[in-house]
Design a protein around this ligand. Structure first.
Ligand code: ZN
Length: 476
């Protein structure tokens, strides 16, 4: 055992101090959303209605429900803002953009009416969390109807979501609606939003968006219908089944194309019709379609028939059936970010781990797979990247340096509670990646390959935990 192996082993052993055991009688909640919004592009606001059917599959009687109101974080003095200001390595761009927001530029989600089975219920809002007291407790194996009228202002900044991103996308609409918090064997996951992680309830989405006809909409879901509403507005009707979030974006300059993959899944590409994007996005599409074949064979078959690569956001961010990525890139860079975000369709969107508790399970596993995918494409000469002989070498070095640094924190740290962004990033991305690569070395290629597919088969459309992955690998 050389020094590096020793360090890595000690690193992992000491980090698995907390390990929750998943209940053997697994259950998960379900919620079906119907939402309709009417966008006012002059004020960057919309009023919306939301109709939820919430199924309580837990053994517990629920007397309350919680919602996330993410856009309330985009205000000067929010927990996200203050926390960021006090980090030794803050997101400086976020600092600058939040502090100068005026009242017509901040983000907010205001609730106008909330009812359960048609009767008004009491609620209170604490920044990004709404807590509502049910009139009629929700019994195990029962369901209830929750209706809401809400009003949203889209913030004038783009941190994952928002308006006017740095490359000119009008609306990047992630975290755009009051979202029911997840309840599982640990209880409610009603964490304040500080710009980091997500964990959602499985269910179906039906979404209607009315917007000025000058804007074109792209989304993670099936476009069921599109029609003119009067002379200035267009209605987009989307559906997405068996997912835990819904994202959309709108821009006046969107253009795009679609590709049918060998397995039948349609890939959609939506980007601004400016600069060199048209040629770059057309070159990159067939390359990611080739990667998609590899991903299906290696990590389990993608379970949906659509996926959209949408220009938007502030880098790259994953959602069910779609990603928002910034669009002004080279082919290498575009394929690289797509491979990572698309791979999250496995490690987070289908295998829906709790990102707040275990960021290394979605980011780490995704980072591991991204290297495998890019190495595969490189070997086919479809992209041109400089990998060392051992493609993971740079990340192993990063991990070694981190373990020797004073900034090291346990891998079991809650995502929102890290002392530095640096420790969060390295633990979540590199730590998870090195963990799974080391595991492959320890259990052997054959068992590892089988374990990856068994993990997918057993836990897709659920919320796996670390111990569930470990048990699968032990059995493989
Ligand atoms: Zn990621």
């Amino acid at each position: 055992m050389n020094l590096r192996t020793l360090l890595i082993t000690i690193g992992f052993l000491s980090q698995f101090t907390v390990n929750f055991a998943q209940n053997s009688s697994y259950w998960q909640q379900k919620v079906d959303y119907s939402m309709k919004i009417n966008m006012d592009v002059t004020k960057h606001q919309y009023q919306g209605s939301q109709h939820l059917i919430y199924y309580n599959n837990s053994p517990d009687t629920l007397k309350k429900v919680f919602y996330h109101l993410f856009y309330n974080a985009f205000q000067p003095g929010s927990m996200m803002d203050i926390r960021n200001q006090n980090l030794p390595d803050p997101d400086r761009q976020l600092n600058e953009s939040i502090k100068n927001l005026k009242s017509d530029e901040i983000g907010y989600e205001k609730i106008l009416v909330l009812t359960q089975n048609g009767n008004k219920i009491e609620y209170k809002v604490d920044e990004t969390i709404l807590e509502a007291k049910l009139n009629k407790p929700l019994l195990p194996n029962d369901s209830t109807i929750l209706d809401m009228i809400f009003e949203v202002q889209v913030p004038k900044l783009c941190r994952r979501a928002g308006r006017d991103n740095l490359q000119g996308i009008d609306y990047s609409m992630a975290q755009w609606y009051p979202k029911l918090a997840e309840y599982d064997y640990m209880g409610w996951h009603a964490d304040q939003y500080i710009g980091r992680e997500f964990y959602g309830v499985w269910g179906d989405f039906d979404v209607i968006i009315d917007i000025d006809s000058k804007y074109k909409v792209a989304a993670g879901g099936h476009l069921i219908d599109k029609q003119l509403m009067g002379k200035d507005k267009t209605r987009y009707h989307y559906q997405a089944e068996n997912v835990h979030d819904f994202v959309w974006a709108a821009d006046r300059d969107y253009t795009g194309y679609s590709l049918k993959t060998k397995s039948g899944t349609i890939l959609h590409f939506n980007y601004q019709n400016t600069g060199h994007r048209d040629s770059i996005w057309h070159l990159a599409g067939p390359i990611i379609a080739k990667a998609f074949e590899f991903m299906n064979n290696r990590y389990g078959k993608y379970q949906y028939d659509t996926y959209s690569f949408i220009e938007g956001g502030d880098g790259g961010m994953e959602y069910p059936l779609a990603t928002l990525v910034t669009g002004n890139r080279s082919v290498n860079s575009l394929v690289g970010i797509w491979a990572h975000e698309f791979m999250h369709s496995w490690y987070q969107m289908m295998l829906a781990t709790n990102e707040s508790n275990y960021p290394w399970m979605d980011e780490g596993f995704t980072s591991f797979a991204t290297i495998e995918i890019l190495e595969y494409l490189n070997n086919l000469n479809l992209i041109n990247r400089n990998f060392p002989d051992f493609a993971f070498e740079n990340d192993y070095n990063t991990w070694d340096n981190y373990l020797l640094s004073p900034f090291r924190e346990p891998l079991s740290t809650h995502s929102d509670h890290y002392n530095t962004n640096y420790a969060y990033w390295i633990n979540a991305y590199t730590g998870g990646e090195v963990f799974i690569k080391q595991l492959e070395y320890i259990v052997g290629q054959k068992a590892f390959d089988k374990g990856l597919l068994d993990y997918f088969d057993k836990w897709k459309f659920k919320h796996p935990e670390p111990v569930d992955f470990i048990r699968i690998m032990e059995k493989a």
